[in-house]
Design a protein around this ligand. Structure first.
Ligand SMILES: [Zn+2]
Length: 268
């Protein structure tokens, strides 16, 4: 069993490495399928041994082999986070799943959804933008999975989805919540990409879990923004991209949504 988890972790590291390259290439408008990566500073083509997730960063001591330019901590951190999230998702899947064909689909669902969300998170963090090239395919793919789960009569665990309409309600709430803010503020509070992310959150988190995620994102946002405001790192005007808060809260509710709702209902 431990071997399976190690394998999944390494697989996650590789996907994380791909996400790093994908975000860089999308932003630079480079072809995604270009064979070799280059150093952003000296444009030198990387050797194969500079391209191994995590290992290369450690052996290169965080520097480019050619120009000694520092490699951003973003690279190993995204790789580690992707590996860890893949392991967490498979842990939940192995706990819950009944039939073997269903668990393969469920694993696939989590790996793909996580990859989309991590890509959105990284792009928004670096460029304060959520590109439609990522959010729109994510909406379509996750929706297809949910329809499949609904037809199969088995739902992703922890979310208690009883009806496909719960997905639709959630998507409408998620999308219109940000659309409303977008129109009220004329695009100053949130961007158009946040509307698409809101719809995606709704499809990932069927009713009532979308509410938990929206609520939680404001708490997390406030917890992060307040110290930054107090220590004058950011002013009220400087924008912290909202997707940076929305993605982690989506992940939390994706894994522990049912527990949070039960806990909440027990208090009142
Ligand atoms: Zn270099």
């Amino acid at each position: 069993m431990i071997l399976i988890y190690i394998f999944i972790f390494i697989f996650g590291l590789c996907i994380g490495s791909f996400i790093n390259a994908l975000v860089y290439r999308l932003y630079e408008e480079m072809p995604i399928a270009k064979a070799r990566s280059i150093c952003p500073k000296c444009k030198h083509q990387l050797r194969w041994q500079d391209n191994i997730p995590l290992i290369s960063f450690i052996f290169l001591r965080g520097q480019c082999h050619f120009c000694r330019e520092k490699i951003s901590w973003q690279y190993p951190l995204i790789e580690l986070a992707t590996g860890a999230l893949f392991v967490l998702a498979s842990y939940f899947v192995f706990l819950s799943s009944s039939s073997s064909y269903y668990f393969i689909i469920l694993l696939l669902y989590y790996f793909i959804t996580l990859s989309f969300l991590i890509t959105i998170f990284l792009f928004d963090l670096k460029h304060s933008l959520i590109p439609d090239k990522i959010s729109l395919p994510a909406i379509v793919v996750v929706l297809i999975f949910q329809i499949f789960f609904w037809l199969g009569g088995e739902m992703p665990m922890g979310l208690g989805l009883k009806n496909l309409s719960f997905v639709a309600i959630s998507a409408i709430i998620g999308g219109s919540w940000f659309a409303l803010q977008y129109f009220l503020s004329k695009g100053k509070w949130v961007g158009g990409g946040d509307i698409r992310l809101g719809i995606l959150m709704g499809i990932v988190l069927p009713w009532p879990h979308i509410l938990t995620a929206l609520f939680l994102s404001y708490i997390v946002g406030a917890l992060v923004a307040l110290p930054l405001l107090i220590f004058k790192k950011k002013t009220m005007k400087s924008e912290i991209p909202f997707g940076v808060f929305l993605v982690p809260t989506t992940l939390i509710v994706m894994f522990w949504g049912e527990k949070i709702v039960n806990w909440y209902l027990n208090i009142f």
